[in-house]
Each structure stands twice: as structure tokens, then as C-alpha cells.
Design a protein around this ligand. Structure first.
Ligand code: FAD
Ligand code: NAD
Length: 366
């Protein structure tokens, strides 16, 4: 029987309840928090095991039950934001009355620090794989119908493959397809997750990923990361410093900022690459800059050919001080930086030298 033990620490104790009709079982989670949305809850069911993890600040509230009866594969998740209530509607396989929901499994009905929950994985199917540059590909993975998971802006997941008998795990940052689908309506199907991944011929993980065939499976973890959407509040100038695949977190950030931040005046991306051939989605970025006057993009190459007449070199005080001009004297700025570790570390030092505060800088690291 499901019991009601709860670790009493952290945010106010969440709780849950359930009720049923002939054909449905509704599980209700009361988070007692207001800033809950569809990104906050991750639901998986496999065989009779049902698990829902709700992220509440730095904690996870876990419902984990061995269901007493069979359910259909798909379910729906609804969030009533103003009261912090989550409803998960399961479809019964047979229209019988359930006497109980099931028996508790590991960590059921407990609120535990997020760092202690461990990574949960589900198998996702490779739907497509397209070349973007000579070594970078856009991978589309599909979540199983028995999973609800949305990766929040600025967060990454871990991909897992078994390579010669050993499980290998590496972090990747999902992108959105907004730069690709300017003429189409955005696909409102949260079942697909897109990744831009550079294949390193001598790498451990990416050659294996590249060898996957359409229809093969990769395990995808729960999201992680410390970027907070509240960093966008009242934002006026957004500066993005990206090197190589360090561009990946910038994709969703760019889309979100241009669509959802009314105070935003300017977004500038400085994109560092070795050569012109390495630039991911160059023409899409140039088109966006043409279409939306708030957005500007500048490419900087560290190993250009003699024909390149744009900016050259590595990240430097000269490049940054010219680039990071506020649109108003005291405008609220955010600078996001991501790339190889030496690039990010050097960038942070240079930004501090230019008197940007810690709150004005967000660096993406593991
Ligand atoms: P590795 O085996 O790690 O090798 C990488 C390269 O280094 C190869 O060229 C290899 O030859 C060389 N190398 C390895 N070991 C050595 C050594 N000892 N000396 C010299 N050279 C060496 N990448 C993306 O493409 N897209 C993303 O969205 C993305 N998101 C990320 C998010 C986070 C939070 C982090 C931390 C990283 C992210 N990465 C991303 C990088 C990704 O996690 C992997 O590091 C990358 O894919 C390389 O993995 P690999 O196993 O194929 O290569
Ligand atoms: P790359 O080797 O193609 O280099 C791109 C640019 O980075 C270079 O043109 C140069 O301007 C700069 N750079 C490279 N090495 C530098 C150094 N030592 N000092 C200063 N600048 C340097 O890059 P890549 O192969 O695409 O690698 C991208 C990196 O970004 C990977 O290390 C990956 O792990 C990291 N990444 C991190 C995250 C994250 O933390 N969230 C997300 C995506 C990618």
C-alpha cells in the first residue's frame, strides 16, 4: 500500500492524491508553489512502474508507484500554474474500479535535494540525422509516448550508449528548430528533441552516435543545469559569446528572448569558429538579423583563409570592449558564454576586467 512518509525539509511539503472514473485515473500533485510549469514535471512509465518527478526549486518531489492495474501507454499532463497543481491523467486498460493506486517504489512520496536524485534515463528513437557543417549534424530524437519531458532553456541532458560493453555518457544541449522553420508554424510536438552534435573522428562517444541508424535507440537523461529564466527579467541587452558547439545553448535563449522579453532592445551574438566551414547555421543567423533588427551577429575566425575579411583571432579585450556596448548607459545586460573550457574561462576573466558583475554573466559548463 502507498504510504505517506515525506522528508520534511526544503520547500513546503508537496502532496498528492488520486481519483478515478470508469476509464481514467487522475493523479494530482499539489506543489504548493506558483512557478510550476510543464517543464517542472518529468513523467515516465514502464511496465507497471510509474514515476513522476516534480522539480521544486532545488528539490525533486517524487511519486514512484508500482501500479495495481495496467494502463495505456500515453497519458496527459496538465499544470494549473496559479495554484501550482499538476494533473496527470492515465488511461486504464480495462474499465474496472481500482481499490488502490499501487505499491510504493524507491523514494516514493519524498522530497529530496535535486542533486541526490540521480539521473533517470529513457530510450529515445533516432528519427533523423542531417549534415549541418562538414563535421556537425542535427540529430532528432523522439521520446517514447510513455514519457513527458521538456528540456528547459539553458539546460542539457546526458546521452548514454553502450560501447563495447561499457555504458558511456556525455552531456548535450538540445536546440530548437526555430532557425530552420521560419516559414512553417513551429512544431508544437514536445515529443521531439533536437541536438547539434559535432562528430570528432577520434572521439569516444560521437563516432558511435554517428553510426546509429534511423530507428535505433539512445538513452536520454533528465535535464540538468543552472540557467534560470528569471535572468531575463527586465533585460534590455543580451550578449551571447559562443565558440564552436558552444553555440547550442544560445539557440533556445535567442528564440526565447526575441519572443518573450518585451523590455529587450538588442541581442548580439559573437560566434567564434576556426574557419568559415565550421560556422553552424550561418545563413539562418544572417537571415534572422535581416528580419529582426534587434538581433546582430558577428563571426570571428581563429584560422581563416586569406579571403576572409571579417573579424579574426581568439576572444580578446579589444574584441569584447568594442562588442559589448550597452544600448543605454544603465541598461540591464546579460552576457551568456559557452565554448571550450579555456575559451569560457578566459572570457569570464575578460568580462570581469571590463567591470561586468557576476550577475551579468552566465557561463555554461558541465
Ligand atoms: P572525446 O573522446 O571527448 O574527444 C574529443 C576530442 O578531443 C577528439 O578530437 C579527441 O581526439 C580529442 N581528445 C580526447 N582525449 C584527448 C587527449 N587526452 N589529448 C588530446 N586530445 C584528446 N557537444 C556538442 O557537439 N553539442 C552539444 O550540444 C554539446 N553540449 C554540451 C553540454 C555540456 C554541458 C558539456 C559539458 C559539453 C557539451 N558538448 C556538446 C560536448 C560533448 O559533451 C562531448 O564532450 C563531445 O561530444 C566530445 O565527445 P567524444 O566522446 O566524441 O569525444
Ligand atoms: P573548436 O575547437 O571548433 O573551437 C571554436 C573556437 O573556440 C575557436 O575558433 C576559438 O576561437 C575558440 N577556442 C578554442 N580553443 C581555445 C583556447 N584554447 N583558448 C581560447 N579560445 C579557444 O570548438 P568545438 O570543437 O566546437 O568545441 C566546443 C566546446 O564547447 C567543447 O569543448 C564542448 O564541450 C563545449 N560545449 C559546452 C557546452 C556547455 O558547457 N553547456 C555546450 C556545448 C559545447
Amino acid at each position: 500500500q502507498v504510504t505517506d512518509t515525506l522528508t520534511k525539509e526544503g520547500p513546503g511539503s508537496p502532496s498528492y492524491d488520486w481519483f478515478q472514473t470508469d476509464s481514467l485515473v487522475t493523479l494530482v500533485i499539489y506543489t504548493k508553489q506558483k512557478d510550476i510549469n510543464l517543464d517542472s514535471v518529468i513523467v515516465d512509465h514502464q511496465d507497471d512502474s510509474f514515476r513522476a518527478e516534480t522539480i521544486i526549486k532545488d528539490y525533486s518531489y517524487i511519486i514512484h508507484i508500482g501500479l495495481s492495474h495496467e494502463i495505456q501507454e500515453d497519458f496527459s499532463v496538465r499544470v494549473i500554474e496559479n495554484v501550482g497543481k499538476i494533473e496527470i491523467v492515465l488511461k486504464k486498460k480495462e474499465n474496472t474500479s481500482w481499490k488502490r493506486l499501487g505499491h510504493p517504489l524507491e523514494n516514493h512520496n519524498s522530497l529530496i535535494p535535486k542533486k541526490d536524485t540521480g539521473l533517470n534515463y529513457r530510450k529515445c528513437q533516432l528519427i533523423s540525422k542531417e549534415c549541418v557543417t562538414h563535421d556537425t549534424k542535427l540529430f532528432c530524437l523522439m521520446l517514447p509516448p510513455s514519457t513527458h519531458l521538456q528540456v528547459p532553456i539553458g539546460q542539457h541532458v546526458y546521452l548514454k550508449l553502450t560501447i563495447t560493453g561499457t555504458e558511456i555518457v556525455k552531456p548535450y544541449t538540445p536546440v530548437s528548430d526555430f532557425l530552420l522553420s521560419e516559414l512553417k508554424e513551429p512544431v508544437l510536438n514536445n515529443k521531439y528533441i533536437y541536438f547539434l552534435i559535432k562528430i570528432y573522428a577520434a572521439g569516444l562517444f560521437t563516432p558511435e552516435l554517428d553510426h546509429l541508424q534511423i530507428g535505433d535507440f539512445v538513452s536520454v537523461s533528465n535535464p540538468e543545469g543552472n540557467f534560470k529564466i528569471s535572468q531575463f527579467q527586465e533585460l534590455e541587452d543580451l550578449f551571447l559569446l559562443a565558440a564552436g558547439t558552444g553555440f547550442t545553448p544560445m539557440v533556445k535563449i535567442l528564440n526565447y528572448a526575441l519572443t518573450n522579453i518585451p523590455s529587450l532592445r538588442k541581442v548580439k551574438l559573437m560566434f567564434f569558429n576556426k574557419t568559415e566551414d565550421d560556422i553552424i547555421w550561418r545563413s539562418q543567423l544572417e537571415k534572422l538579423a535581416f528580419k529582426d533588427k534587434r538581433f546582430q551577429v558577428e563571426f570571428v575566425l581563429s584560422a581563416p583563409t586569406s579571403e576572409w575579411n571579417g573579424k579574426q583571432g581568439h576572444i580578446s579585450p579589444g574584441l569584447l570592449s568594442e562588442f559589448l556596448k550597452r544600448s543605454l548607459d544603465r541598461s540591464k545586460v546579460l552576457i551568456c558564454i559557452c565554448g571550450p573550457t579555456p575559451f569560457t574561462e578566459q572570457g569570464i576573466r575578460l568580462l570581469q576586467d571590463l567591470n561586468f558583475s557576476k550577475d551579468e554573466i552566465h557561463s555554461f559548463t558541465a
